[in-house]
Design a protein around this ligand. Structure first.
Ligand code: CAA
Ligand code: NAP
Length: 249
């Protein structure tokens, strides 16, 4: 596989899956820029040092992807500093799990803005450049729960299903221009996001995974690296499940 000399941007790059994706794309030869929420700014130096220790030089730019202004200024800053983006991995995301009975409109909006609208805010500023240069790889990190739904996740499942709708629609626009747009739908992966779940709920879910274990962030990075590869020229509009068999369809 190779992403040699490509500029890759990973939103939510300091998170569990984001970090693995940054490292893997750097290994494949890409120059990688991770984006983080402004609230994570105090973690940036330590995070960069940890990546350096693993042989990867990753730049970090802060910005809130959940607002139109935040997403746009973040991507414009990246293009100004580093040049046209070749690979974009939309990985920033949050959960606000609760049942319909208790869900507030703030919890609904936070998840839709951060997980779904952000994809539009962040992609738009780099889209024309990808089309004009005749190369682009957009990879949206959705979820198994966007494919099958999940108790307590109407906001999250709606946002994640919407991400793949976005991928499918934009894939048509990029198909004749060398720009592919795909979705990766992870199952339950060992990161801070799943660590925050109630232990009993998590254990019950893991018990129902055919592989009888959660996934590792590197297993998602493997799928992202495949879709980002220079040679992955004929895969577009696809939704690649990486879920240990949790949802087979
Ligand atoms: N199906 C049907 N009924 C269920 C159910 C299920 N899956 N889960 C719970 N219930 C029932 C319970 O039995 C209970 O019934 P009674 O009132 O009759 O006893 C009722 O619903 C309330 O259940 P809880 O006690 O669990 O309710 P709660 O308000 O304490 O918790 C919740 C709600 C926080 C949403 C909790 O159910 C939960 O954490 N669910 C899992 C959500 C989940 O999978 N999140 C994934 C986070 S990580 C992630 O999102 C990454 C990814 O993409 C995979
Ligand atoms: P994570 O470790 O919590 O990483 C998510 C990252 O996104 C965090 O660094 C977070 O920053 C950042 N972020 C959140 N809101 C942001 C915003 N408004 N602007 C900029 N950055 C923001 O979780 P993860 O498990 O790696 O998840 C990464 C992606 O994979 C998410 O989209 C998630 O929905 C998806 N996913 C995860 C799993 C899983 O089981 N872990 C399964 C399927 C899909 P803060 O820490 O400051 O919030």
């Amino acid at each position: 596989m190779s992403c040699k000399d490509k500029l890759a941007v990973v939103t939510g790059g300091l998170g569990g899956i984001g970090t693995a994706v940054c490292l893997r794309l750097a290994e494949e030869g890409a120059k990688v820029v991770a984006t983080c929420h402004p609230a994570e700014a105090d973690q940036v130096d330590a995070w960069k040092k940890a990546q350096q220790e693993q042989g990867a030089q990753v730049e970090v730019v802060a910005g809130d992807v959940s607002t139109p202004e935040g997403g746009e200024s973040l991507m414009n800053e990246i293009v100004e500093k580093f040049g046209q983006v070749d690979i974009l991995v939309n990985c920033a995301g949050i959960t606000r799990d609760t049942t319909m009975k208790k869900m507030t409109s703030d919890q609904w909006d936070a998840v839709i803005d951060t997980n779904l609208s952000s994809v539009f805010y962040v992609t738009r500023p780099v889209w024309t450049g990808m089309v004009e240069q005749g190369f682009g790889r957009i990879i949206n990190i959705s979820s198994v729960n966007g494919q099958r739904g999940q108790f307590g996740q109407t906001n999250y499942s709606a946002a994640k299903a919407g991400m793949h709708g976005f991928s499918m629609a934009l894939a048509y626009e990029g198909a004749a221009k060398g720009v592919t747009v795909n979705t990766v739908s992870p199952g339950y992966i060992e990161t801070a996001m799943t660590a925050a779940m109630r232990d009993d709920v998590r254990e019950a879910i893991v018990g129902g995974i055919p592989m009888r274990r959660m996934g590792q962030p590197e297993e998602i990075a493997q799928a992202v690296a495949f879709l980002a590869d220079d040679a992955s020229t004929y895969v577009t509009g696809a939704n690649l499940p990486v879920n240990g068999g949790l949802f087979i369809h």
